[in-house]
Design a binder for this molecule. Structure first.
Ligand SMILES: NC(=O)c1ccc[n+]([C@@H]2O[C@H](COP(=O)([O-])OP(=O)(O)OC[C@H]3O[C@@H](n4cnc5c(N)ncnc54)[C@H](O)[C@@H]3O)[C@@H](O)[C@H]2O)c1
Ligand SMILES: [Zn+2]
Length: 366
């Protein structure tokens, strides 16, 4: 993989340059209903996008669906896209995943550019070449590995992003810190210095991130890039990126199905990852000797910023069942990525049912 992630300082000229490199005959911009409203106006008047035709799909991960894929294929057809056309994906991970898939399959593949507009898509989803959509009730069930021509990151898009979505992306940054090195991790959870300050601006009635430095975002992207460059198809090292995700995905799915009494309701991916990190750091302490103090610092940070999901022991069977069905597992073993310390990655670890239940107890009580 070439180094195709660019932090932009001058959006107009850098988009223009990237589009020029693709030598496309026609240009299309994919948004969801929200980014169409809040992000498209930022770029719409750029000369290079003057003739671009806009395609939009409804916002929300439930729309990362075959229906939406089909809609975008049809729109490309109707609007005269050819094998030499270019798709610009302007949105969060939902748009970059789905748009990347559409582009990679339309007429056997056209070029595409990602312009991520959420923190999660900047540091994670838009980088690394995984594209796809949800199918048959399973997340990212259908997809292909396919690299965008480039990823253009402009943090000004984050100004309109709500607090929960900032925190959701920040959880993946935390994961990147844990699998990289102590300074990167420490900067992210340095509670005394409150690096995560999110301010509410009355006049725009929106939340914005005021204190997550661009340099932190750059370092986080670099962690992901380094790993996916070394192991693009997830044969080994890339599994490091699954830290927090074995239990996190199960929590996410459980919350997604909700409970009749409203105790559990859907949560954002990053919140589930943050909760999963608590459990999997506990397993790392027990099974791989991860330093207890570092686990405690991280757990304190997560509880403080992400709160707690009210799961009970009665949820354990369902959670274990969901973990068994995670597509990252082989046969019947539940597969984990654990840590011996910050940056000391141990892939292909397993844990017993009892150990997993202890980790869930720790989440609830710790
Ligand atoms: N390909 C990968 O490697 C990878 C990695 C992680 C996650 N993902 C995928 O990414 C998706 C999650 O990404 P996400 O959290 O960005 O979700 P998302 O794309 O659904 O965005 C979250 C919400 O924020 C809105 N939004 C986007 N940009 C905005 C902006 N600038 N201002 C205001 N609102 C804005 C969206 O319309 C949406 O309602 C999931 O589908 C997940 O499977 C993929
Ligand atoms: Zn994730």
């Amino acid at each position: 993989m070439h180094n195709n992630v660019i932090f932009v300082s001058d959006m107009a000229s850098q988009i223009s340059k990237a589009i020029g490199e693709c030598r496309a005959d026609r240009l299309f911009i994919l948004t969801d209903s929200t980014t169409e409203q809040v992000c498209l106006p930022v770029v719409r008047d750029f000369d290079c996008l003057h003739d671009a035709k806009s395609i939009s799909i409804p916002a929300g991960d439930t729309n990362k669906s075959l229906e939406a894929v089909s809609h975008v294929w049809k729109e490309l057809q109707r609007l005269g896209a050819t094998r030499h056309s270019l798709l610009v994906n302007l949105g969060g991970g939902m748009v970059t995943d789905l748009g990347g898939f559409v582009a990679s399959t339309f007429k056997r593949g056209i070029s595409y550019i990602n312009i991520p507009t959420t923190l999660l898509s900047m540091v994670d989803a838009s980088v690394g070449g995984k594209t796809g959509f949800n199918f048959g009730g399973l997340k990212n069930e259908i997809g292909v590995f396919s690299e965008p021509h480039c990823v253009l990151i402009d943090t000004q898009f984050l100004k309109t992003l709500d607090r929960e979505n900032i925190l959701s992306g920040y959880a993946e940054m935390l994961k990147h810190g844990l699998i990289s090195d102590v300074p990167t991790w420490a900067e992210l959870i340095d509670i005394d210095h409150s690096p995560l300050t999110i301010e509410h601006s009355e006049e725009r009635s929106q939340w914005s991130m005021v204190n997550v430095q661009c340099s932190m975002i750059e370092r986080s992207v670099a962690v992901k890039q380094r790993i996916v460059t070394e192991d693009p198809k997830e044969q080994g090292l890339r599994k490091a990126l699954n830290l927090g995700h074995t239990i996190g995905h199960a929590i996410e799915s459980l919350a997604m199905s909700g409970t009749a009494d409203g105790r559990l309701k859907p949560i954002l991916h990053g919140y589930a990852v943050a909760y999963g990190l608590i459990c999997e750091l506990y397993l790392s302490v027990v099974k791989a000797g991860f330093p207890t103090q570092r686990m405690r610092q991280t757990v304190r940070f997560i509880h403080e910023h992400y709160g707690r999901l009210p799961i009970t022991c009665d949820d354990y069977p369902a959670l274990l069942q969901l973990m068994t069905h995670d597509k990252k597992n082989t046969a019947n073993d539940i597969n984990f990525t654990l840590l011996g310390d910050i940056g000391d990655i141990r892939i292909n670890q397993t844990a017993t049912r009892q150990e997993i239940e202890e980790a869930l107890d720790f989440y609830r009580e710790g």
